[in-house]
Design a protein around this ligand. Sequence first.
Ligand code: G3H
Ligand code: 13P
Ligand code: NA
Ligand code: ZN
Length: 328
Amino acid sequence: ALVSMRQLLDHAAEHGYGIPAFNVNNLEQVQAIMEAARETDSPVILQASAGARKYAGAPFLRHLIEAAVEMYPEIPVTMHQDHGTSPAVCQRSIQLGFSSVMMDGSLGTDGKTPTDYEYNVEVTRRVVEMAHACGVSVEGELGCLGSLETGQAGEEDGVGAEGTLDHSQLLTDPDEAADFVKKTHVDALAIAIGTSHGAYKFTRPPTGDILAIGRIKEIHARIPNTHLVMHGSSSVPQEWLKIINEFGGDMGATYGVPVEEIVEGIKHGVRKVNIDTDLRMASTGAVRKFLHDKPKEFDPRKFLAATRTAMKGICKDRYEAFGTAGNA
Ligand code: G3H
Ligand code: 13P
Ligand code: NA
Ligand code: ZN
């Protein structure tokens, strides 16, 4: 059944687990996530980014997700809109049938320019008012995603701030978080702790100075009843990086957020963990390897099925590691 995000996250908080929120763009991704969820008995959050809506069109995404709900009636599914850049964007998603929206007021309507605190409070508060009237959950964001190593937001053409961010923007302030939640009534809060979107998060395996898991604990202590959200939480699997580079790719050396660090976050209030890049990497690695191994093959279903198997493996690993498994 289609459920609000609040329902899923409340259960997760009560039982001390986290839920991966996977970005979806195509049929095979949706199938991979649902198959993994069925095999592990996990609740599901499927989210559509602005890029996904541009690629597939919101109606296609909505119907893919509705098809998942229909084919997997035993699994609760949240249809979440990722990184809305204005109340109007969120309103459109609510109208389309999304059961949860993110109002990312940490950036302006261009999705690039960092905003001031008052602006963020105002747009988020407005979305909460509108969404809650429709039974839809709201995620807000305080602080800007970006690297504590370089001050850069990461992904060039994706979601993220333009220019260099300073240290205070890159780490969510616990007192400000408490004030933000009090003023906006968001259901969940995305926080900045040094992660960024995309595959190039860290130039070395991250340590506490560049991945501030300690900050999660400080925020959770101030707002224990608010569900925390980690963005930029792909782990950048080294085994897939190797396959990509072995079969014609050129991604260079790079590191993501270790699964153990996410698990530590889950012990301190993180309930939603956003993952996109890991599924992209598994997909790309699977296609590169498949076409290299089977040069005579020309049926796209063959390599698309290989992407599905690869993505499903990552999903199952995350459902198990985050304690989602067994909670559908
Ligand atoms: O929010 C970031 C996600 O990785 C989505 O990226 O806009 O390229 O689909 P995208
Ligand atoms: P990754 O790029 O680390 O997968 O992050 C995805 C994300 O935060 C989507 O909102
Ligand atoms: Na989101
Ligand atoms: Zn994000």
